[in-house]
Design a protein around this ligand. Structure first.
Ligand code: NDP
Length: 289
């Protein structure tokens, strides 16, 4: 059995405690942290994420406003909504649930959002901020959840050999950048990587975000690893599972995140953290000007 099961709940509880008092202090200064969630259509996954995000924000003392549009909303109308939210000083963060319907240019909608309110790191400004280590925008929530999880459980990152499997803009690349920034030696793997199993076995910290249920089995693992499983998949019986074979991992790992109950929950808590941070940055700017 792994020495530590890195569950998400203790990370969230600790984070919320801190966020609640920060949100309270901001409210006392007349700035109540608020998130706007923009949803197009009635996709089940989006609705579940929205519910989760709203619950998590509420627990952290962050207000939530829901903006719903029909599946056939014109692109111009959606961009108009984002621009209005940019201007609305009572909204500090905007979450646009994606993917958007095919008739809408996803990048154009993302580009309309100001980086100050980009609490899920979807704009090019946020990406540039992450890569240049400047405080512009925010990192994608899931990537930051991964680092917050390691920090919460006292995992030393500096000097460690980290392997990230997956290179998406949402997860793999930003996680790799954040681990590099924390002085890990990082290898990023993808579908064209040769000897993936051997590379994974060499990792001291193994982060997996590929979207293939239980693919990372025994032959990819070695004793004493810290394993962060970001994958969300459903097996033949419809049960949620990660990208890592949890049974195999829990036999060899020093620490491992479960799915469900691991990174997924922390992701929405990080979203709330970003809204409070955005509100605080805007309040500071208002005080200075
Ligand atoms: P993408 O499909 O965008 O990216 C998958 C990445 O994995 C790609 O870089 C791909 O490589 C790589 N990959 C796929 N198959 C293999 C393989 N057999 N061997 C090596 N590399 C492989 O997925 P996301 O990054 O968006 O999501 C990954 C997983 O994380 C999914 O299960 C998703 O549900 C989950 N997720 C969880 C979140 C959470 O809150 N917990 C949030 C976001 C995602 P290549 O670039 O070569 O195609």
């Amino acid at each position: 059995m792994a020495e530590t099961i890195m569950k998400g709940k203790p990370v969230i509880d600790k984070l919320n405690e801190h966020l609640k008092s920060r949100a309270e202090a901001l409210r006392a200064r007349g700035a109540a942290p608020a998130l706007a969630i923009v949803r197009v259509g009635d996709n089940g996954d989006d609705m579940a994420y929205e519910r989760n995000a709203a619950k998590c924000c509420e627990a952290a003392g962050v207000e939530v406003r829901l903006m719903h549009y029909g599946e056939d909303v014109p692109q111009a109308e959606l961009i108009g909504c984002v621009r209005k939210l940019n201007e609305d000083s009572s909204v500090h963060g905007v979450l646009i649930l994606r993917p958007l319907p095919p008739h809408i240019d996803d990048r154009a909608v993302c580009r309309a959002l100001v980086p100050e309110k980009d609490v899920d790191g979807i704009t090019e400004y946020s990406m540039a901020g992450l890569y240049s280590c400047k405080k512009v925008g925010f990192a994608p929530c899931t990537a930051e959840a991964c680092v917050d999880m390691l920090d919460h459980y006292g995992v030393e990152i500096a000097g460690k050999r980290a392997v990230v499997v997956g290179r998406s803009f949402v997860v793999g690349k930003p996680v790799a950048m954040m681990l590099l920034e924390r002085n890990a030696t990082v290898t990023v793997c993808h579908t064209k990587t040769k000897n993936l199993a051997a590379l994974c076995r060499e990792a001291e910290i193994l982060v997996v975000a590929i979207g293939h249920g239980k693919m990372i089995g025994r032959e990819y693992l070695s004793p004493g690893q810290v394993i962060v499983d970001i994958g969300i998949n459903f097996d033949e019986e419809g049960k949620m599972c990660g990208d890592v074979d949890y049974e195999a991992a829990s036999e060899t790992a020093l620490a491992v995140t479960p799915v469900p109950g691991g990174i997924g929950k922390v992701t929405t808590a990080v979203l709330a953290k970003h809204v409070v941070e955005a509100c605080s940055r805007l309040a500071e700017r208002a005080t200075k000007s």
